[in-house]
Design a protein around this ligand. Structure first.
Ligand SMILES: *[C@@H]1O[C@H](CO)[C@@H](O)[C@H](O)[C@H]1NC(C)=O
Length: 347
């Protein structure tokens, strides 16, 4: 099978993306292979490695919820990388996968699996789903703009998001799972489910905040094995995701970079929206003429657009206060910022 379509989210619309499965490498016999595209910080020299980090532990199950295997601590993967892979020894068809973060946080823009083989191939855009379900109103995983192209979104770099995974508390998202077959629609005319189906049900995909998750949340099987693992309840999941994604903010507060994007779709307001779960570096949107200071998720307009109050001076990366009446307004000190990373068409 040469081509297929993969169900993804662009904005809040569930979309079928044409996708060349031929681009996904084959697996060796006896192994399932998972491939990763990591978000690209887009910085030059020295390269920034915040989006790069430790690849997640990968656990696989089949459709009857038989546990097939794990590859733990598979190693480091650089920001912008498209060739990192993780193999899990199995002869079977691993339709469920759980990705559990390790200590160095990583932001994954795309992942795929090839069943042992050369076998069936599936792909998934975790960042787009984290963002899309966030916008839909179901708290999901921590996300950021990915600044890379991924399979299915080769022509729209500004539509690609990444989803964070971490184990040591810099980021609240500790794991995500995917039930691969629900994200591929091979038959002509087979429509994707509604966005609510994906965001409100746990088995197709979900994002976790509990510590070091090791179980998958699955659809009931004929064998009635549902209680074998202890799936997190929906209530627990909600509680978890209502907490602020704030700790990475502390680490990134000391980042010497600000990301500045000319992509019209890249929104500083969305990154700063406390009801969403964005995490990452502070960010300028030229379309919005606004700066999001991520440690506190405070949005500042550009100084040339306001007469009064706290505002961002893009020329010297400083938050300043206009108007004598506002002299006591607290503003962040960006004195440690030495580098502007520019994103956008043609950059
Ligand atoms: C930065 O630029 C703004 C606007 O031009 C100015 O008001 C402010 O004094 C400058 N700050 C520094 C530290 O140079």
């Amino acid at each position: 099978m040469a081509t297929g379509t993969v169900v993804s989210i662009i904005g809040t619309a569930v979309t079928l993306l044409g996708f060349l499965l031929d681009n996904v490498p084959d697996s060796d016999a006896g192994k399932a292979t998972l491939n990763f595209y990591i978000a690209n910080d887009g910085a030059g020299d020295p390269p920034l490695t915040d989006a790069g980090g430790d690849l997640p532990d990968v656990r696989l199950w089949d459709e009857t919820i038989e546990f097939l295997g794990i590859n733990a601590d598979p190693g480091f993967c650089e920001e912008g990388a498209t060739t990192c892979k993780v193999e899990v020894s199995t002869e079977e068809a691993p339709t469920y996968a759980l990705f559990t973060g390790n200590n160095d946080a990583i932001c994954i823009a795309w992942t795929s699996i090839t069943f042992p083989g050369p076998g069936q191939k599936y792909g998934w855009h975790p960042g787009n789903w984290a963002y899309g379900c966030d916008l839909y109103g179901v708290g999901a995983g921590a996300w950021y703009y990915a600044q890379t192209v991924v399979p299915g979104l080769e022509d729209s770099q500004d539509d690609v998001y990444c989803a964070w995974l971490d184990a040591d508390g810099d980021i609240e998202t500790t794991a995500f799972q995917v039930h691969w077959p629900e994200f591929n629609r091979f038959q002509e005319g087979q429509d994707p489910e509604d966005i609510s189906y994906y965001c409100e049900n746990d088995p197709p995909m979900n994002f976790r905040t509990d510590q070091d998750p090791s179980s998958v949340i699955f659809w009931p099987t004929k064998k009635g094995k549902r209680d074998l693992f202890t799936p997190q309840s929906k209530a627990e999941k909600k509680r978890g995701t209502e907490r602020q994604v704030s700790r990475i903010s502390k680490r990134l507060a000391s980042s010497t970079d600000i990301v500045k994007s000319h992509w019209p779709k890249h929104s500083a307001a969305k990154l700063c929206d406390p009801s969403l779960h964005a995490a990452g570096k502070s960010f300028v949107s030229y379309a919005e003429k606004a700066f999001c200071y991520m440690p506190t998720k405070t949005l500042y307009p550009f100084c040339d657009t306001v007469e009064d109050g706290a505002c961002f001076a893009d020329g010297n990366n400083t938050v300043v206060v206009k108007g004598a009446a506002n002299a006591r307004v607290a503003i962040p000190d960006l004195g440690h910022v030495t580098n502007s990373v520019i994103w956008g068409p043609g950059v």
